[in-house]
Design a protein around this ligand. Sequence first.
Ligand SMILES: *[C@@H]1O[C@H](CO)[C@@H](O)[C@H](O)[C@H]1NC(C)=O
Ligand SMILES: *[C@@H]1O[C@H](CO)[C@@H](O)[C@H](O)[C@H]1NC(C)=O
Ligand SMILES: *[C@@H]1O[C@H](CO)[C@@H](O)[C@H](O)[C@H]1NC(C)=O
Ligand SMILES: *[C@@H]1O[C@H](CO)[C@@H](O)[C@H](O)[C@H]1NC(C)=O
Ligand SMILES: *[C@@H]1O[C@H](CO)[C@@H](O)[C@H](O)[C@H]1NC(C)=O
Ligand SMILES: [Cu+2]
Length: 173
Amino acid sequence: MGGSTFSMSPILMLTASMLAVSMANKDWHFGFNYTSWPFKGGPPQSQNDTPGPRKIVVGGSKNWQLNFNYTDWALKNGPFYLNDTLVFKYDPPTPNTYPHSVYLLPNLQSFIKCDLRNAQKLGNATQGAGEGFEFVLKRPWQPHYFACGEHDGIHCMNGTMKFFVMPIYRWYR
Ligand SMILES: *[C@@H]1O[C@H](CO)[C@@H](O)[C@H](O)[C@H]1NC(C)=O
Ligand SMILES: *[C@@H]1O[C@H](CO)[C@@H](O)[C@H](O)[C@H]1NC(C)=O
Ligand SMILES: *[C@@H]1O[C@H](CO)[C@@H](O)[C@H](O)[C@H]1NC(C)=O
Ligand SMILES: *[C@@H]1O[C@H](CO)[C@@H](O)[C@H](O)[C@H]1NC(C)=O
Ligand SMILES: *[C@@H]1O[C@H](CO)[C@@H](O)[C@H](O)[C@H]1NC(C)=O
Ligand SMILES: [Cu+2]
């Protein structure tokens, strides 16, 4: 879904201007069927219900661990918006568990290869404990590539501890 949001932008712009007109007229409906809007968490149902930035735990109740498909998770939980916060939670290292961490990879090639050489460490093996740590999506329209960096990227390569998101602007506010 990440890529397809580009082709959406003319619709978003059109809709944003329709919304502006309809708000000026205090007429929310304006012949546009909001229920059929394809985005999850889509437009507000009423003025009291305007969603702000979300706080999203990566992996949901599974948190950040081996053998969970985060690409699939990201597809099902997107789109992600500018200023949404991703929360990474993972168990600190113990003798019986594999340590995890979170890195931001610089580009698609490094993401595909799980190449950590120019990656930015976001959270080390202990920072996912408890409430975890947060990462705010500050760069609109930029793909953000996340991966576990432990064991030279083995969790990224063998499992599915990698995903990317591309934060989009909220068109309604
Ligand atoms: C809007 O679209 C939804 C889903 O396509 C449909 O179920 C609903 O009946 C429509 N509402 C109106 C008022 O047309
Ligand atoms: C993870 O999910 C994606 C999207 O649903 C799918 O294309 C991919 O094959 C899955 N990967 C694995 C390792 O199951
Ligand atoms: C995102 O947050 C920054 C401040 O951190 C704010 O200036 C900006 O307006 C916000 N943008 C959106 C779309 O929420
Ligand atoms: C992880 O980072 C925290 C905060 O910077 C630091 O206190 C801790 O010692 C680090 N842990 C490891 C295993 O490097
Ligand atoms: C990846 O490696 C870890 C530890 O080496 C192992 O526990 C896990 O089952 C492996 N996952 C896959 C999908 O091969
Ligand atoms: Cu890991």
